[in-house]
Design a protein around this ligand. Structure first.
Ligand code: EPU
Length: 303
């Protein structure tokens, strides 16, 4: 194990690319090229965090300690097409590319995630999705590695998928098997285009953001003019109705187009985003008595 990590290049003070294009760096970053090297990373004694596409991530301005691991070597990005709609994709495979590949082959199910920028591993771990569907609907099984380096395989059921979460958080996902359904490529293409079009119309896609910052909460009690207990309500609607649109801290502001998006100006610091999220959550709680939970993942020292 020691030999694998000593031969593995570790970058120090490495930039971490996120869609916000703001925030700090990683003390140490590794790009393992094999399962053996990944195991060596896990055995190095530091906290290990896996970096995906950085689309739902913010690194605090002071940076992040431990070891950040990026599964971007070719071995993690392989995609294999099997019989009866099975597609096996490495955790580092690009979800957007996979959606196009599968749709072109007439394999349906992933097109509902059109416009979600992610690696396959990140999307599955967070159970990415939206109003058109969630990735868990087409996950048959997940291969992962435990913090102790043991290889495990979980069925979709064992993966414990729930709204924007899974029971995979303590594991490093390495490969996912999807079970897709045969459909007409033209039908899938049109569905994908329609979803992308709808998102373009309602989300600030060309700005620097990490998509939705908060999960859509389930109401614990009836809230007048909002919904009934047990209903899941769009955080964007609550933030908007609480009058938060265009609220700003430093270089970060609540998007005018979609209130659950925080957009960053060039000079924005991670702190601006974090503080603004705090103000937004406070305002929503004051107005509706609903506590918003972060969807955005924040890495920092001690968090
Ligand atoms: N709304 C407002 N004001 C706003 C934004 C939205 O009133 O500023 C209202 C809309 O009018 C609509 C409702 O809120 O009635 C829901 O809005 P939308 O259709 O945009 O869906 P969402 O629940 O806000 C979810 C996902 C998105 C995903 C879309 C479409 C969450 C937290 N968000 O958004 O995912 O793109 O559905 O599939 O589940 C993400 O997770 O990063 C993300 C962007």
């Amino acid at each position: 194990m020691a030999s694998a990590i000593s031969s593995l290049p570790i970058e120090r003070d490495a930039p971490v690319w996120t869609w916000f294009r703001a925030g700090g760096r990683a003390d140490r970053l590794a790009r393992p090229r094999s399962l053996e090297e990944l195991r060596a990373c896990l055995g190095c004694g530091d906290a290990v965090r896996v970096l995906g596409r950085g689309a739902n991530l913010l690194v605090d301005d002071e940076g992040v300690g431990g070891l950040v691991v990026s599964l971007e070597a070719p071995v993690w990005r392989e995609v294999r097409f099997g019989p009866r709609g099975r597609v096996v994709a490495g955790a580092g495979a690009d979800l957007a590319k996979l959606i196009h590949q599968t749709s072109r082959r007439g394999l349906g199910g992933l097109e509902v995630l059109g416009g979600v920028p992610a690696t396959v591993g990140g999307a599955v771990r967070m159970n990415a999705g939206g109003r058109y569907g969630e990735i868990c609907e087409v996950v048959e099984s997940v291969r992962a590695v435990t913090p102790g380096g043991e290889a495990v395989e979980l069925s979709g059921e064992q993966a414990g998928f729930a709204y924007r979460s899974s029971a995979l958080s303590g594991l490093i996902v390495v490969e996912v098997t999807f079970r897709l359904l045969q459909d007409e490529p033209s039908v899938l293409r049109n569905r994908l285009l329609a979803i992308m079009q709808a998102k373009k119309g309602s989300q600030p896609l060309s700005e620097r953001s990490a998509g939705c910052c908060f999960k859509n909460p389930t109401l614990e009690r009836d809230v007048e003019e909002v919904g009934r207990a047990g209903e899941r309500i769009a955080a964007g609607l609550l933030i908007d109705r609480a009058g938060c649109k265009a609220m700003a801290v430093g270089g970060a502001s609540v998007s005018e187009r979609h209130a659950n998006f925080i957009v960053a100006q060039r000079e924005a610091r991670a702190r601006d985003v974090i503080e603004l999220m705090g103000h937004v959550a406070e305002r929503v709680e004051e107005r509706f008595g609903v506590r918003l939970e972060r969807e955005l993942v924040v890495w920092g020292r001690g968090r």
